[in-house]
Design a protein around this ligand. Structure first.
Ligand SMILES: NC(=O)c1ccc[n+]([C@@H]2O[C@H](COP(=O)([O-])OP(=O)(O)OC[C@H]3O[C@@H](n4cnc5c(N)ncnc54)[C@H](OP(=O)(O)O)[C@@H]3O)[C@@H](O)[C@H]2O)c1
Length: 281
């Protein structure tokens, strides 16, 4: 234990995986946590263990009224919010063309609009406090994408884009923002993954990637408790990272993608510069 004063957390997607690990870790170190889940019965053991510090709240992030009610209840009980972990989300696998409109909209509803509902509900509290830290649920798929993860990556890239702008808007108000970009993590993410219908032409790419991912040994995925511990280290310092990547695999993938982008930017910079100048009359 350190001599820091306890913080109050608001964690979405706390029924399993990284969100549950984060709720456990925060309560375990003496913080208070409003833990949101669609099925709060899953949180009963944690709430029983720390009954004064864990508030289990039912909310589906796709429903703004439920998120608003959860924020109101958390404020009633705890009186403030220090860290908002906008973590709820799920994956969709399949070629871009294979994903139905319904599947594509559904994954945006949770991963992007759900996150937006949580921001809209919690930012007024953080603004009034002139302080707080928002942890935006992204992924290494918010920085890189390969065959089969197009729609999932689209949601995470959307989160990255809106967050880049959000930083400039809320940092002057004393609110810190960190994008959490986990690499492969051993959670219920795989079990909750939606899979699009298959078109044979994508078997050599999308299905091959899917097979390769399924064949990865368990040790290729990091434990959610370790990811939660990394998140705690990023929340406490005075200058938290803009992006927190977890796992060496994700670091390697992101580094390679950034380098490739930079190389291509340089290679084509002459063409880019050739269009400088006013429009021809
Ligand atoms: N695991 C990975 O490899 C990995 C890698 C990069 C990023 N991530 C990201 O990490 C975050 C957490 O995922 P996880 O790996 O911990 O997976 P998980 O074990 O499946 O947890 C996802 C959580 O999100 C909740 N959720 C989904 N839809 C929701 C909704 N509409 N309303 C409220 N809650 C909802 C789930 O609740 P229910 O139990 O009610 O479904 C669950 O608590 C996600 O944003 C995911 O994209 C995961």
């Amino acid at each position: 234990m350190t001599d820091r004063s306890p913080s109050t957390w608001f964690v979405t997607g706390a029924s399993s995986g990284i969100g549950l690990a984060l709720a456990r870790a925060t309560a375990g170190r003496g913080d208070r946590v409003a833990a949101l889940a669609r099925d709060v019965s899953v949180l009963a053991p944690l709430a029983d263990q720390h009954d004064d510090r864990v508030l289990a709240l039912r909310a589906d992030v796709r429903r703004p009224a439920e998120v608003d009610a959860a924020v109101a209840r958390a404020m009633e009980v705890f009186g403030r919010l220090d860290v908002v972990a906008d973590n709820a989300g799920y994956g969709l696998f399949g070629a871009v063309e294979e994903s139905t409109d319904e599947q594509a909209r559904a994954v945006f509803d949770t991963n992007v609009f759900g996150l937006l509902h949580v921001l809209r509900a919690t930012l007024p509290v953080l603004r009034a406090q002139r302080g707080g830290h928002v942890l935006q649920g992204s992924s290494y798929y918010g920085r890189v994408a390969h065959a089969g993860v197009g729609l999932l990556a689209a949601t995470k890239y959307a989160v990255e884009g809106l967050t880049e702008a959000l930083v400039g808007e809320v940092e002057p108000l004393g609110i810190r923002v960190t994008l959490v970009e986990p690499g492969p993590t051993a959670t219920a993410f795989g079990a909750n993954l939606q899979v699009a219908a298959t078109i044979g032409d994508y078997d050599p790419t999308v299905r091959e990637v899917q097979r390769a991912i399924a064949a990865l040994p368990p040790e290729a995925s990091n434990g959610p408790d370790r990811v939660a511990a990394a998140i705690l280290t990023a929340v406490d310092p005075d200058r938290p990272p803009r992006r927190l990547v977890t796992g060496s695999y994700a670091v390697q993938e992101i580094r390679a993608a950034l380098q490739a982008q930079l190389d291509e930017l340089e290679a084509w910079s002459g063409t880019a510069a050739a269009v400088d100048g006013a429009a021809a009359a």
